[in-house]
Design a protein around this ligand. Structure first.
Ligand code: NAP
Length: 456
């Protein structure tokens, strides 16, 4: 895949970048390793100053940075601005709290005194996706820089200007050279990079295929990996749910970022008594979305990330409908320039259809009617993914009971699956392993060193 910006609103290539050659890669890894030797002993309060500065710069430049996101991957401009704000808050959160998160942790020891000291390991490689191009990088980078590790990032090939901009922000904040490095690299060079003994661990956010490849290479080289992969989150609506709230949440939960979020509410599992009303209301909402330029604040349905992605979604939806599912609205590419896909609703999906098993990474609401709570739980769990999910009910205790039976890493009650700096984020099953955000991520790539003093 060439490293270039293609504006999905026009499908025109805007800018191309050269991948670095092997010598340049070697220089960058050497610089990162050298930087680690100093960064690991830099006082945490000093590290925090750089991260606070990056956070401030991001907020100052919000409009400029957001436009680059929108240009490269088509996100509606207001959502791009919200992403920058969220990302700035992640840097600020770890800058503020990491000294607390990384304090020695006492271990109960009846023969002496023991504690865990968190020590950094070295260069962490991040392989990141295009769908939240600033945020995803921030989630890996913020806790690790605060912890004394250094970061090299291979970003998705279609967001090179975002990738460059992130590195530029760190340089502008005065971060020492080599502590954060952007690598313009093709994905087929990642396997070789994982063999480099100076790369001590790695994290990938993206598809199952890419995750499996990275994990295989990490395993071969006996290195730790964290994987944040796909999802097909269930959005369960029980018969006592508040329909106004459900409608508000589904529009963000399923159609935010044009449905291209790992935690998007991809399967709507709704009690049969509410299904018709829900479908009617949702159809109405979708028919009133305004397609257009994602830079224009009036637009409510932007393009998908690329023509290729839109065509892949078309194939998944068409195959599902041809297999007997019912198309309520949408289901086609829009007849206009750019990677536009009509906001879509499909129902009557069975386990024999593609939409049942595959992740629909775009603006498609797949609706399943159920007779009761048990059926909802069974259906929610009949997925190879295990990322997030939601339960809507007027009875919180009941919703908690349902949530506890859902096999995922996260469940949100009366809310679409969300993400905040202080809440742990991660999945089970084929959605990956490991945690981002929250205090847990502060130590995810640390050596948890035991130090013990025996009683004498
Ligand atoms: P993707 O193709 O897997 O790309 C993600 C990153 O992996 C890119 O940097 C890509 O580089 C790289 N890559 C691809 N193949 C690779 C390989 N064999 N070895 C090493 N790196 C490789 O994913 P996508 O389709 O762009 O992103 C969407 C997927 O990400 C969805 O499944 C979504 O659910 C998931 N996602 C998960 C989370 C989460 O936190 N769980 C968050 C966001 C997205 P190139 O661009 O150069 O190919």
């Amino acid at each position: 895949m060439s490293i270039q910006t293609t504006n999905p609103y026009t499908n025109k290539v805007v800018k191309s970048f050269h991948p670095i050659n092997d010598d340049e890669l070697e220089q960058k890894i050497t610089a990162a390793q050298k930087a680690f030797e100093t960064w690991r002993t830099t006082p945490i309060a000093e590290r925090a100053k750089y991260l606070h500065k990056v956070s401030e710069l991001m907020l100052e430049r919000k409009h400029v940075l957001a436009k680059i996101i929108t240009l490269e991957m088509g996100k509606l401009i207001a959502q791009s601005e919200a992403e920058i704000e969220m990302c700035a808050s992640i840097y600020a959160y770890y800058a503020k709290n990491s000294s607390e998160f990384l304090k020695d942790k006492e271990v109960k020891d009846d023969g002496g005194k023991a504690f865990i000291r968190y020590t950094p390991k070295g260069i962490i490689l991040g392989v990141e996706p295009w769908n939240y191009p600033f945020n995803q990088v921030g989630r890996l980078t913020a806790p690790n820089l605060m912890a004394g590790n250094v970061i090299v990032i291979k970003h998705a090939s279609n967001v090179p200007q975002c990738a460059q901009m992130i590195e530029d922000l760190f340089h502008e904040a005065g971060l020492p050279k080599g502590v954060y490095t952007n690598l313009f690299l093709e994905s087929n060079r990642i396997a070789k990079l994982t063999e480099d003994s100076r790369i001590v661990a790695m994290s990938l956010t993206g598809s199952e295929k890419a995750g499996a490849s990275l994990a295989e290479n990490a395993g071969k080289n006996l290195k730790k990996s964290v994987l944040e992969l796909g999802g097909s989150d269930a959005f369960i609506v029980l018969e006592d749910a508040d329909m106004d709230l459900v409608m508000k949440e589904i529009m963000i939960g399923r159609f935010g970022n044009m449905g291209q979020a790992c935690t998007s509410s991809k399967r709507i599992i709704i009690h049969e008594t509410l299904a018709d009303e829900f479908i009617e209301k949702l159809s109405n909402e979708l028919l009133h979305l305004k397609a257009g330029d994602p830079m224009d604040k009036e637009t409510s349905a932007g393009p998908m990330v690329s023509q290729e992605a839109a065509e892949h979604l078309l194939e998944q939806v068409t195959d599902t409908v041809n297999a007997g599912a019912k198309l309520i609205v949408g289901g086609k590419l829009m007849k206009r320039e750019g990677a536009f896909f009509e906001p879509t609703i499909i129902t009557n999906i069975t386990s024999k259809m593609r939409a049942y098993h595959e992740e629909l990474f775009g603006p498609v609401a797949a609706i399943y009617r159920v007779k009761n709570q048990e059926e909802a739980i069974k259906l929610a769990n009949d997925s190879s993914f295990g990322l997030g999910g939601s339960v809507f009910s007027g009875d919180i205790e009941r919703a908690i009971e349902v949530a506890s039976k859902i096999d995922t890493g996260m469940v949100f009650i009366n809310e679409h699956t969300a993400s905040k700096p202080d809440l742990p984020f991660g999945g089970t099953k084929r959605s990956g392993y490991g945690t981002e955000l929250s205090p847990s991520a502060a130590t995810e790539f640390m050596n948890e060193k035991l130090i013990r003093i025996k009683n004498r």
